[in-house]
Write a protein of this length. Structure first.
Lengths: 495, 775
């Protein structure tokens, strides 16, 4: 870390603390953002602080480049959707149905323990047809009719690859840049780097939904949205459907707003007295946190309450948009959160792990998410938000071109495949309407423009104005970053 | 974000404050290398080394493969060696700045030549450049890394006019304070000190009977008596165990994917037992590392070895078992490094360490100690117990292992333990850390830079444990003493208690740390005696109040001119509410329990698997009111109320938690049924003996904060009582709901309106900053 950085960090700590000390003079002005560790000041070259006149920012004094995106919505499809049934059209696999995967194509690829004992690796093509859409003529599967309609808005990457071959390490890798648990999640890095522009909501919000395709599938782990070694104010906060949208948000039964307000006033008053005695600035910080918690009690239900949305909007997102906790409802919520300037909204849709019975399951999964994902992009666009909001859609790895288990007339399954998978991105400075990267006719190996998960992360940070090698946090003697020790920005994807 | 005029004004004001602050801060931080005033004498370890490691080692450090231009700055020989194609110049020529190429290269404006190079994203400040220059001018003195030099006991002589010194610790503190012209603080008031001692030593608030007794005791010797009393309690053992569970990454589940349940709590019961019996720390650790390798090991020694099986284990179908087996060995290696050596050895897993003298070969030589366990990478069947394990029988438990609280009276309890294969498994350097990329064969040994591994020692975990506690080992006692100091003071003398290496923080009081390390050895690793020594110091007993002067000159309290005011740990906050309300169930050990937790948070994340961990089945009765170390720990979805207060996730070894302040913490404390219930029960208990609400409030306040309420505070809270009573009066239907929270049933609640209002007052008191702090 440069001296400048050290000074900045030091200044930033001082700023925050002194601000809070002074903030106790007038609590109304303390926003969540200020408590998220964002500085109101920019340290100039000589380490002397000057007040900012506009906006709040995170640890980065200024973005490394002009940012194209300001916010991100990640529609994570947990369990790893098959690229071969969705975006990577491979007619050869239909022609060679049942034939063994040639060794020359497999080329030493390690297999999971689930298929390594199979004596045959029978190729199997998609049971669903593909058609071409948009100006690029992108192939998109028949089970994604709505996504097909926005082909000109999205950038499909068919050449993603990862290092892990099992769910836990792979999803952890995608979300944190490391297969081993404990590193901060993407959203935490952004919150740390860019700070918050929102007054009363967490900067990093997580929404979960369960797929209808495979009810018993892969679990999720709260560490996927953990702050790792960053300050816990940067952690992802899960918003849930139902009574308590954020854990512990609601007043206890029988406690009226007025009763509560009385309590909070007295807590502040007594804490002030305590501050007079001990002079500990943490006390004023706590006073402000209580006010913020109180504000969240209003701001969270407000943003979760979709009653005011128009029929038109509901129609756009599909029938499930009115069913809390579904992917469609969450997609709509994501837009509402973005409108409030939440920095990072992370959706997880479970149920994409189709080792067997793939055709039935993936069709249901696609129905869960297709319309709402497309609606989200178009909704952002019509509200003028798409330009500065990056939308990402994809899972943790791909699936094999051969069947796990036997193929029959209507069914087959696919195992995990790290060598290639497909995702799409939209908005936020991404080139719209293109297909990037190619795989071989077997859909097994990348033949053109490979994009490693770290490359993808580097590109995403670039769109947000961040040099992925420069957003670091020193912990246990080492400077950690989201992209660990690799990653190159894929310039071809930038609009 | 709009900033109004008022804000602008206050901002300007703050800026002035900050500028003033930072200046005085810099003046007083000379030895931390950030001073803008060049010191008279440049100290290699304190001024120069931090610059070299942080800005130069990446390319000129211990990692041979990344070394540029043949220059290494991590050894004296390397730094002084001739460089260049013709070997005709030198990076450093002691006493000769002009001939030292290093100086040219850091001052040049040529972007091709300047060091560090622009692409490294690293830079040197002018001040640092001047330090390096002056250091070479003064002869480029070189010293071994401070933590690898054997500690020395040099107690300073001080003039103690104010009677501050209670034992030798204070002499070190006072000497430094005097050199900085800082005054020590007066002793803390008695009521604060009682609370501080109780919470620091037992994690529970003081017993009201003790508080009253001490209040009326006019002698000053109450402290020692009270400390002895606290150290003898079970609560002390539980408090020390809470800390050890983080270090040992204890969990009740396996930690990956479906995250199935495992049984490790008998080991946790052993840890409590060992702390209670005050087992010497060297023996405590030796048993955990190598109990199975001692001659004729007892069953207890074997149970202790479960320490090294607390790591995560996967049951995810389809993984490559060997990849994960290697991961488990790495986890043990990392845990050993962090917990006992205070070194981030894991940095040398894929390449030579960038900052510390640990080569990749050294890493795998340490790895080799933990590599001969007859274990599998993948749990063979869903729900199977991963080898190696023992089955503890109820007879064994009732006869030899009486400290295990087998409440479920299981006939056989399977416990994961350590075992050594008859023939050690061959270990290799793994290229880039990959399990399937073995290169050079290695054998168990330890880096000479720390301490040579005596060839007479057995080349196994037992030998490793003996090496660790060799009196010549410069790290073990320092690391341990520092961690105990951190438990008591909230912050170590080395603030990075996990990193004593080149990139770690320098000790604020190096001589004191040495003194404490030697003291610990002198005491034969008697932890209770050591803790007692620390808390009987005048330094510990100082007031934690700070005035503006102290705040501005030593904001972070590096010099300890006052005591630290600390936020309580997650466990302490919950346990205090249980203890103050009388709900706390003092049962020691046994299977982990499931207290209140928001509904559905396990269920919404499960994939359908998980067995007993798929659905959270809340406990009842006593299970709701046990100390927090007994709360069931599901690693992938840990208890949210504890996590919100910075509990460690237990994914890997952690020796220092964060201490943060967030809005989510306010939500937990205000709304968690555990705290609301405790408020109701405490309110009821006090009202039962004190029907006058005002008196009850005073008494409740004392139960929670352990001090007498002052008049202003009492008036404020009484006003709250009156206001809320009125509100409940106007909405009587709310009273029943409010008093129904939590399972505890009050048979004769009396006037429910009063009870509800007093409950709201009690909840308010639980939410005061003072109530979750140790002042």
């Amino acid at each position: 870390m440069s001296e400048q950085k050290i000074l900045e960090e030091r200044a930033y700590t001082l700023n925050r603390r002194n601000f809070l000390t002074k903030a106790s003079l007038g609590l109304g002005t303390a926003s969540l953002a200020s408590l998220l560790g964002m500085s109101f000041f920019s340290p100039s070259k000589n380490g002397i602080l000057t007040p900012e006149t506009s906006g709040l920012h995170g640890v980065l004094n200024a973005p490394h480049f002009a940012p194209k995106a300001k916010r991100v919505i990640c529609l994570f499809q947990s369990g790893a959707p098959s690229q071969l049934e969705l975006f990577d059209y491979k007619p050869l696999l239909n022609q060679m149905r049942g034939q063994d995967l040639p060794e020359s194509i497999r080329n030493g690829q390690r297999l999971t323990g689930m298929t390594s004992n199979q004596d045959k690796f029978p190729l199997v093509g998609s049971i669903f047809d593909f058609k071409q859409y948009g100006q690029s003529g992108a192939y998109i599967s028949d089970i994604l009719p709505y996504t097909a309609k926005i082909a000109d808005e999205i950038c499909i990457i068919k050449s993603m690859y990862t290092e892990a071959i099992n769910h836990d390490p792979a999803i952890t890798f995608f979300q944190t840049g490391s297969q081993q648990p404990g590193r901060p999640s993407i959203g935490s890095w952004l919150s740390y780097g860019l700070g918050s522009e929102n007054q009363n909501l967490p900067n990093f919000v997580v929404l979960l939904s369960r797929g209808t395709g495979r009810v018993a599938g892969q679990p999720l782990y709260s560490r996927l949205w953990g702050n790792g070694f960053l300050h816990s104010l940067h952690q992802g906060v899960q918003f849930r459907s139902g009574k308590d949208p954020v854990l512990y948000l609601n007043d206890p039964d029988g406690m009226s707003k007025a009763t509560k307000r009385n309590m909070l006033d007295k807590i502040a008053e007594l804490n002030h007295q305590q501050f007079e005695v001990f002079g500990d600035p943490e006390i004023t910080s706590r006073i402000a946190q209580y006010e913020m918690a109180y504000k969240m009690q209003t701001s969270v239900p407000e943003v979760m309450n979709v009653e005011g949305e128009s029929d038109m909007t509901y129609k756009m997102y599909g029938p499930n948009a009115t069913v809390p906790g579904t992917f469609a409802a969450n997609a709509l919520l994501a837009r509402r959160l973005i409108e409030k300037d939440v920095r990072f909204v992370q959706l997880y849709h479970m149920g994409w792990d189709h080792h067997d019975g793939l055709p039935v399951a993936i069709k249901k999964q696609a129905e869960d998410v297709d319309q709402a994902s497309a609606a989200l992009v178009m909704d952002l666009k019509q509200r003028g938000l798409l330009d500065e909001t990056l939308v990402i859609w994809g899972g943790e790895f791909g699936r094999t071109n051969y069947s796990q288990g036997k193929i029959n007339d209507t069914s087959y399954g696919r195992d995990h495949h790290p060598r290639c998978f497909s995702i799409w991105m939209a908005g936020g400075g991404v080139k719209p309407g293109i297909v990037y990267g190619e795989t071989d006719d077997f859909g097994y190996n990348i033949t053109k423009d490979p994009v490693h998960v770290h490359d993808f992360q580097a590109t995403m940070l670039n769109l947000l104005g961040i040099d992925h090698e420069k957003l670091t946090y020193k912990y246990q003697g080492r400077r950690f970053r989201l992209t660990d020790v690799s990653g190159n920005v894929v310039n071809d994807l930038l609009a | 974000m709009k900033i109004n005029l008022w804000n602008k004004i206050s901002f300007c004001f703050v800026v002035i404050m900050i500028t003033a602050c930072s200046k005085s801060k810099i003046v007083n931080s000379q030895e931390f290398g950030i001073s803008q005033v060049l010191p008279d004498h440049i100290d290699f370890n304190f001024h120069i080394k931090p610059i070299l490691t942080d800005r130069c080692f990446k390319c000129h450090g211990p990692d041979e493969n990344k070394r540029e231009a043949g220059l290494r700055l991590d050894t004296y020989e390397g730094a002084m060696a001739a460089i260049g194609k013709k070997l005709d110049h030198f990076a450093i020529v002691p006493g000769d700045v002009k001939s030292s190429v290093l100086i040219d290269r850091i001052f040049t404006s040529d972007l091709d030549d300047v060091m560090p190079p622009p692409e490294s994203n690293l830079t040197l400040s002018n001040f640092e450049k001047k330090l390096l220059t002056k250091w070479i001018e003064q002869g480029a003195e070189w010293k071994k890394h401070w933590a690898f030099i054997a500690p020395e006991n040099k107690v300073p002589h001080v003039v103690d006019e104010l009677n501050f010194v209670k034992n030798d610790i204070d002499k070190f503190i006072l000497a430094k304070l005097q050199s900085k012209n800082l005054p020590a603080s007066p002793p803390a008031e008695k009521e604060y000190l009682v609370r501080r001692l109780a919470l620091d030593l037992t994690g529970l608030p003081p017993d009201p009977i003790d508080v009253n007794e001490i209040e009326s005791n006019k002698n000053s010797d109450w402290i020692e008596t009270y400390v002895d009393k606290l150290l003898a309690t079970d609560a002390y053992a539980e408090r020390m165990t809470a800390d050890w569970l983080d270090l040992a990454r204890y969990s009740d589940t396996h930690g990956y994917q479906d995250d199935l349940e495992r049984i490790m709590w008998p080991w946790r019961d052993w840890v409590i037992h060992a702390f209670k019996e005050n087992m010497p720390y060297d023996q405590f650790v030796l048993w955990q590392l190598a109990g199975d390798l001692l001659p004729n090991p007892t069953r207890e020694m074997i149970v202790a070895t479960a320490f090294n099986r607390n790591h995560k284990i996967t049951q995810e179908g389809g993984v490559i078992p060997e990849e994960y087996r290697v991961e488990y060995v790495s986890d043990r290696t990392q845990t050993f490094g962090t917990a006992f050596l205070g070194l981030s050895v894991e940095c040398a897993k894929c390449h030579d360490h960038k900052y510390d003298p640990i080569s990749q070969k050294d890493y795998y030589s340490l790895f080799a100690f933990f590599n001969s366990v007859p274990e599998a990478g993948l749990i063979p069947r869903y729900g199977a117990v991963p080898e190696p394990f023992i089955e503890l029988t109820d007879t064994e438990i009732s006869e030899q292992l009486t400290f295990i609280n087998n409440v479920d009276t299981m006939k056989k309890i399977p416990l994961l333990i350590m075992k050594e294969m008859p023939e050690p498994r061959a270990s290799f350097v793994l290229s880039r850390g990959a399990y399937d990329n073995p290169t050079t064969r290695v054998y168990p040994t330890m880096p000479e830079a720390i301490l040579k591994f005596d060839e007479n020692l057995p080349q196994n975990r037992l030998g490793l444990a003996q090496w660790l506690f060799d009196p010549q080992n410069p790290l073990t006692a320092r690391v341990t003493a520092n961690r105990i100091w951190q438990i008591i003071f909230g912050k170590g003398i080395v603030s990075t208690s996990y990193d004593f290496g080149n990139q770690g923080s320098l000790p604020s009081h190096p001589a004191l740390l040495d003194h404490l390390a030697l003291k610990l050895i002198d005491l034969n690793w008697d932890l209770k005696a050591f803790i007692k020594y620390i808390v009987l110091s005048g330094t510990y007993q100082q007031s934690s109040k700070r005035d503006e002067f102290l705040s501005s000159v030593d904001y972070e309290n590096i010099y300890l001119a006052r005591s630290n005011r600390k936020r309580m740990s997650a466990e302490m906050i919950r346990d205090q509410a249980l203890a103050a309300s009388g709900l706390l169930k003092r049962i020691i050990g046994g299977p982990s329990v499931k207290p209140y937790q928001p509904a559905g948070i396990w269920e919404e994340k499960t994939g359908g698997g998980g067995g007993s961990t798929a659905k959270y089945v809340q406990g009842e009765g006593d299970d709701l009111y046990r100390r927090s170390i007994y709360t069931f720990w599901k690693r992938t979805v840990p208890p949210p109320s504890l996590m919100t207060f910075d509990a460690a996730s237990r994914d890997f070894c952690i020796v220092k938690r964060q201490s943060t302040s967030t809005p989510l913490q306010a939500l937990v404390l205000l709304h968690d049924p555990q705290i609301v219930e405790a408020s109701r029960v405490l309110a009821y208990n006090e009202l039962s003996v004190n029907s006058d609400p005002k008196e009850a409030i005073g008494s409740i306040f004392k139960k929670i904060t352990n001090r007498k309420i002052n008049e202003a505070e009492l008036n404020t809270l009484f006003e709250l009582f009156q206001e809320n009573q009125k509100l409940f009066d106007s909405e009587p239907e709310k009273i029943k709901d409010f008093l129904k929270i939590g399972s505890f049933v009050i048979e004769n609640p009396g006037d429910e309106k009063i009870l509800a209002a007093i409950t709201s007052v009690t909840l308010t008191i639980f939410n005061l900053d003072e109530s979750i702090c140790i002042s």
